[in-house]
Design a protein around this ligand. Structure first.
Ligand SMILES: C[C@@](CO)(OP(=O)(O)O)[C@H](O)COP(=O)(O)OP(=O)(O)OC[C@H]1O[C@@H](n2ccc(N)nc2=O)[C@H](O)[C@@H]1O
Ligand SMILES: Nc1ncnc2c1ncn2[C@@H]1O[C@H](COP(=O)(O)OP(=O)(O)O)[C@@H](O)[C@H]1O
Length: 294
C-alpha cells in the first residue's frame, strides 16, 4: 500500500464545562463531544527521498511544521525511523480556528494514516498518546462519535449514539484563539457550570428536547461577550425552530440542532439572508461506526 485517503471530521461540543486551572496552565474540562458529517480530506502518499511535503487548498494555512499534519508526519518518521518521504494533499472544508477542531481532526487522521501506511502496528491507546502530545482535542478526534472528554480532553468515555438530527453550522467571518479564551475565562466565570448530567441523560434516553434544554458551554461567557453577533445567530436559529443552539468549543462557530431538515434549511437561509456569516452549512451528526456493521 503506497497511498491512503481519509476523512477528518469536524466536532461540536454539546456541553463544555471547565472545572479548574491546573499548575501547567491547562484546564480540567468535562465535555460532551459529537462528530459531524462535515470533513476535510487527506491523501497520504509514499514518495522517493526523505522529505515531508504538504499541499493544501487554503492559501493562508502554513504547510511547514506549523501545520499539525506536517509536524506529526515528521515526528512519526523520526520516532519510528522511517526513511521514506511522505506527500500529503489536504483538502480543507472545515473552517480554520473555528471551535470545530479541524486541525485536531487532521492531526488524528495523520497518526492513523502513518500507522497504516508504514505498518507500525500501533494500538489505539498508543496512537491517542501520540496525538495527545500535539493537542488536547486530538485523542477524542481519533475515536469520534459521541463521547465524554475529561482531564484536559484526553480521557475519553464512549457514550451511546446521539439521536438523529440535522445541524445548522454557522462560522462567523473571524477566528478565535483557544488560548485567549481560556485565558480570559480565568479572570471570570470559573464557578459557572452547564448541565452536563442533563445532556448525558438526554443522550441515554435519545431525547433531543432534553438535550436541547441542558446543552451549555461555559466558554460562551468569554467569546459571546466579546462578539455579541454570536448571541444574535443563536437567537435566529432558535426562532426558526432549533431544539437547542450553542457555541462550539472556544468559538466562534455556533450551531443549532433541528429535528426536521426543512426547518434547518429555512434557518440557514435566514442567516445567509441576514449576512450574519459567509460559512453557513446544514449537515448531520455522524455517529461512530460499529465494528461488524459498516
Ligand atoms: C476548547 C476546545 C473544546 O473542544 O476546542 P476548540 O475550541 O479548540 O475547538 C478544546 O478543549 C481545545 O483543544 P485544542 O484546540 O486541541 O487545544 P490545545 O491546542 O491543546 O491548546 C490550545 C490552548 O488552549 C488552552 N487549553 C486547551 C485545552 C485545555 N483543556 N485547557 C486549556 O487551557 C491552553 O492555553 C492551550 O495553550
Ligand atoms: N491542519 C490544520 N488545519 C487547520 N489549522 C491548523 C492545522 N494545522 C495547524 N493549524 C493551526 O491551528 C490553529 C487552530 O486550528 P483549528 O483546529 O482549525 O482550530 P479549532 O480547534 O479552534 O477549530 C490555526 O490557527 C492554524 O494555524
Amino acid at each position: 500500500m503506497n497511498q491512503i485517503e481519509v476523512k477528518a471530521r469536524a466536532k461540536i461540543n454539546i456541553s463544555l464545562d471547565v472545572l479548574g486551572k491546573r499548575p501547567d496552565g491547562y484546564h480540567d474540562v468535562r465535555m460532551v463531544m459529537q462528530t459531524l458529517e462535515l470533513y476535510d480530506r487527506l491523501n497520504f502518499k509514499k514518495i522517493r527521498g526523505d522529505k515531508v511535503i504538504l499541499k493544501t487548498n487554503i492559501p493562508y494555512l502554513p504547510t511547514d511544521e506549523r501545520n499539525l499534519v506536517n509536524k506529526i508526519v515528521g515526528y512519526m518518521k523520526e520516532r519510528y525511523k522511517i526513511r521514506t518521504g511522505v506527500f500529503v494533499r489536504l483538502k480543507k472544508v472545515i473552517p480554520v480556528a473555528a471551535g470545530l477542531a479541524g486541525g485536531s481532526a487532521d492531526a488524528a487522521e495523520t497518526v492513523k494514516a502513518m500507522n497504516r501506511l508504514f505498518h507500525l502496528g500501533l494500538s489505539l491507546e498508543e496512537m491517542m498518546e501520540i496525538g495527545g502530545r500535539f493537542g488536547a482535542d486530538i485523542p477524542y478526534c481519533m475515536v469520534g462519535g459521541t463521547a465524554l472528554a475529561e482531564g484536559i480532553g484526553e480521557k475519553i468515555t464512549y457514550l451511546p449514539d446521539f439521536p438523529e438530527c440535522h445541524v445548522v453550522l454557522v462560522k462567523p467571518n473571524f477566528g478565535v484563539s483557544t488560548a485567549h479564551v481560556f485565558g480570559r475565562l480565568d479572570a471570570g466565570a470559573l464557578d459557572c457550570h452547564p448541565d452536563t448530567e442533563g445532556v448525558l441523560e438526554g443522550i441515554r434516553n435519545r431525547d433531543l428536547a432534553a438535550i436541547g434544554r441542558s446543552m451549555g458551554n461555559v466558554l460562551e461567557t468569554v467569546t459571546v461577550a466579546e462578539h455579541p453577533l454570536l448571541a444574535d445567530i443563536k437567537k435566529t436559529l432558535l426562532v426558526h425552530g432549533a431544539i437547542g443552539a450553542l457555541m462550539s468549543g472556544s468559538g466562534p462557530s455556533v450551531y443549532g440542532l433541528f429535528a426536521e431538515e426543512a426547518a434547518a434549511q429555512e434557518a440557514a437561509r435566514r442567516i445567509i439572508e441576514k449576512k450574519m456569516a459567509k460559512f453557513v452549512r446544514t449537515t448531520k451528526i455522524h455517529n461512530r461506526k460499529k465494528v461488524g456493521c459498516q
